[in-house]
Design a protein around this ligand. Structure first.
Ligand SMILES: NC(=O)C1=CN([C@@H]2O[C@H](COP(=O)(O)OP(=O)(O)OC[C@H]3O[C@@H](n4cnc5c(N)ncnc54)[C@H](O)[C@@H]3O)[C@@H](O)[C@H]2O)C=CC1
Ligand SMILES: C[C@H](O)[C@@H]1OC(=O)[C@H](O)[C@@H]1O
Length: 253
């Protein structure tokens, strides 16, 4: 198995993409610790999915925007599993809102969760990996939105560009330690984050129509690419970004 014996950590894994990655990594042989800030039922389902794969699970409820949450999460995983080999920074929010009347709190919360949270978490994981030696793999969930804009995402797209940039700079900073850092760029994946937005049938059909593969993404579509980047199959891949969007980005006309 690609991740046999690895210890993986995933932020934001009580639902959606994080949940699919956590369970997918367990299916590939990893013990998995995850954090989440809401959704006890979802967290229980993630634990069940990891354990059904015969792997150990650890769930920690905390807010990635809290700088103290990062060392606490990594420390708890270290205590439970004895080390950290793979880290996936996934937790994020996207409260759709127009630009001209963007509430300050919505802007600042989105920045704190998506960008500051990713920074603190990645830094805490990297410190652990450097201390233990032997390298590691860090993956951040950025977005197709790091590359293109969105009318109701002016607070969100800069965070996703920031996360992509964080992986590039971290790849440079951590290469000498054998730690690889890469970004996943999902397209439109049907999850809770866009449930309300895609409840508008016209919008949903428009988004589907932009995808050459003919459908919106499913959270599970991110599991394989994440396992690949975490595994030794990607041993010479760092500072890279992988679009997982059904071809949406290249579809101009
Ligand atoms: N669904 C989509 O179309 C796309 C999503 N993404 C990114 O993928 C990531 C996951 O999104 P989805 O699975 O769609 O969302 P989701 O809403 O289905 O799941 C979000 C998860 O993150 C956790 N979370 C949210 N805020 C948190 C916080 N402050 N601290 C700790 N955990 C927190 C939630 O508990 C939940 O487990 C996000 O970073 C999002 O920006 C990127 C591109 C497209
Ligand atoms: C939440 C959106 O549907 C989603 O988020 C992204 O990052 C993608 O660009 C999609 O718009």
């Amino acid at each position: 198995m690609l991740l046999e014996g690895k210890r993986a950590l995933v932020t934001g894994a009580s639902a959606g993409i994080g949940q699919a990655i956590a369970i997918g990594m367990a299916g590939a042989g990893a013990d998995v610790a995850f954090n989440y800030d809401r959704g006890e039922e979802g967290a229980a389902a993630t634990i069940a999915g990891i354990e059904a794969a015969g792997r150990r699970a650890l769930a920690v409820r905390s807010d990635v925007a809290d700088p103290d949450a990062a060392p606490a999460f990594v420390g708890a995983a270290q205590e439970a599993f004895g080390g950290v080999d793979v880290f996936v920074s996934n937790a994020g929010i996207c409260p759709f809102h127009g630009f001209l009347d963007m509430p300050r709190e919505t802007l600042e919360r989105t920045m704190r969760v998506n960008l500051h949270g990713a920074y603190y978490m990645v830094q805490a994981a990297a410190r652990r990996m450097v201390e233990q030696g032997g390298g590691g793999s860090i993956i951040a969930v950025s977005s197709i939105s790091a590359l293109v804009g969105g009318e109701f995402q002016t607070h969100y797209t800069p965070t996703k560009a920031g996360v992509l940039s964080l992986m590039q700079s971290a790849a440079v900073a951590l290469g000498r330690h054998g730690i690889r850092c890469n970004a996943l760029l999902p397209g439109t994946i049907a999850t809770d984050i866009n449930k309300d937005d895609l409840a508008d049938e016209e919008k949903r059909r428009y988004m589907e129509g932009r995808v050459p593969l003919g459908r919106l993404g499913r959270a599970e579509d991110l599991a394989g690419p994440a396992v690949f980047l975490a595994s030794d199959m990607a041993a010479y891949v760092t500072g890279a970004s992988l679009l997982v969007d059904g071809g949406m980005f290249v579809n101009l006309q």
